[in-house]
Design a protein around this ligand. Structure first.
Ligand code: DSN
Length: 480
């Protein structure tokens, strides 16, 4: 790896010189970002470090090509090389995940979910209506028929995990477009254990009868039984959509297999490519043959022109994920999350669900007398980069929150193991124990401001630097 990184140094130096000749401040910000990423403990569960091969693939002239449409069926001429790239990205995705069909165009996870929603509505509402009306496409419908079909689109139901239980904004959260496209309801977790209760999901599905049942999460620190979710979906005639944006790397690395692998159970699986999968920022949709034709129309029905340079980088990242080394990496992600969770528990901290069996650890910071916002900012002051997160029935609401979400994919990429993650837990607990909320003018504890005791940030940074120096980011990559 360091030889490759050494070669990449030449490429980055040259690139930064070219960039700097036009806008030096961008070249400097790019250098600063590398310095910052190298020198902080990155524990944001949705971030990672892509390889230089992935990163370099994004900086090419594929960025200049329009290619709306799909492989072999474009709205622009001259897309032969984009076809090669998109077909390869899809092939790697199909092989890696054992999916009948893959769509590599979504620009992000939210876009991938929008494509999935569109596809489900197209397949389950539009196609049967066109058959009923004897029309080939919606443009052929009379104004009256179109008006009635528009109402049908808006009348469908979605059931997804609630935001405070760990679901995502796009799983039917009212302020999000998903909560407006569909009548929505959410399922939560057991109030005592914080764990998914499949009987409750089943009961909610039987009562609400959704067209779309969404499984998957952004902040739930446990595995999901997707075979059971499919049974529930089948019982009520729902399409099972799984959003594996967070844990796609664990699926790719075969940490999640059998009932825990969503792909064989879901009708449609969506993901990002940049989280545990360690690729470029972007999205991906996997689907059964049945849903493939409607997903394939994602651009231009839902998406703008594909980012061909990013699809090329997806192909490179997926090729990396098919190497045996990726399976060890994925196992280490999950082992390290356990080490981090044990490190917190042994120091008396409270974790949502009492632990983890994926890549996420969700710390309840109320026992430190802090809000998530205070904890997040105090940790950042000490060089520990995390994000605040709601916990079930959060007493501090979605802005201040009561949790800190930790993830192990990024530091696992740097080579952190059990001992380092135990030290991370020690450092985090030290910072939080030495953080106190300030008082508001009225004398109540503030939810936002805090005081971190003198010396804590420095000692945390020094201890982190020791670990980070032992596990450098992009070893061998040096900029002049
Ligand atoms: N930004 C992603 C995350 O942090 O989980 C979700 O959109």
């Amino acid at each position: 790896m360091s030889d490759v990184n050494k070669t990449a140094s030449v490429a980055y130096d040259a690139a930064l010189e070219v960039i700097g000749s036009v806008e030096p401040r961008i070249a400097e910000a790019t250098r600063a970002e590398l310095r910052d990423q190298r020198s902080s403990l990155k524990l944001i569960a949705s971030e990672n470090y892509a390889s230089p091969a992935v990163l370099l693939t994004m900086g090419t002239w594929f960025s200049d090509k329009y290619a709306e449409g799909t492989v072999g069926h474009r709205f622009y001429a001259g897309c032969q090389n984009v076809d090669t790239v998109e077909a390869l990205a899809a092939e790697h995705a199909r092989e890696l995940f054992g999916a009948p069909y893959a769509y590599a165009q979504p620009h992000s996870g939210i876009d991938a979910n929008l494509v999935a929603f569109w596809s489900i509505l197209a397949h389950r509402v539009e196609s049967p209506a066109l058959e009923r009306y004897g029309a080939k496409n919606v443009s052929e419908l009379s104004e009256a028929d179109w008006e009635s079909l528009r109402h049908e689109f808006g009348d469908q139901r979605m059931l997804g995990m609630s935001l405070d239980a760990g679901g995502h904004l796009t799983h039917g959260f009212r302020p999000n477009i998903s909560g407006k496209m569909f009548h929505q309801r959410s399922y939560g977790t057991d109030p005592e254990t914080g764990l998914l209760d499949y009987d409750r999901v089943r009961a909610a599905a039987r009562e609400f009868k959704p067209m779309v049942l969404i499984a998957g999460y952004s902040a739930y620190p446990r595995r999901v039984n997707f075979a059971t979710m499919r049974e529930i979906a089948d019982e009520v005639g729902a399409t099972l959509m799984v959003d594996m944006a967070h844990f796609a790397g664990l699926v790719a690395g075969k940490v999640f297999t059998g009932d825990e692998d969503p792909v064989p159970h879901a009708h449609i699986t969506t993901t990002t490519t940049h989280k545990s999968l360690r690729g470029p920022r972007g999205g991906l949709v996997l689907a059964t043959e049945e849903y493939a034709p409607s997903v394939d129309r994602g651009c231009p029905m839902v998406l703008g022109g594909p980012l061909s340079h990013v699809m090329a980088a997806k192909a490179v990242a997926l090729a990396e994920a098919r190497q045996p080394a990726f399976a060890s990496y994925a196992r280490n992600i999950a082992d390290n999350a356990k080490s981090l969770a044990e490190g917190f528990l042994s120091r008396g901290a409270r974790l949502v669900t009492g632990g983890t069996d994926n890549h996420i650890v969700l710390l309840d910071v109320t026992s430190f007398g802090l809000t998530g916002r205070q904890a997040e900012t105090a940790l950042l002051e000490a060089g520990v980069v995390t994000n605040r997160n709601s916990i079930p029935s959060d007493p501090n609401g979605a802005w201040y929150t009561s949790g800190i979400r930790f993830g192990t994919p990024a530091l696992t990429t740097r080579g952190f193991g059990h001992d380092e993650f135990d030290t991370v837990a020690e450092l985090v607990v030290d910072v939080l124990r030495n953080t106190t909320p300030n008082a508001t003018k009225a004398g109540a504890p503030s939810k936002a401001t805090y005081t971190l005791a003198d010396g804590v940030a420095d000692r945390t940074k020094a201890a982190s630097a020791e670990m980070l120096d032992k596990h450098p980011l992009y070893p061998g990559l040096e900029l002049t």
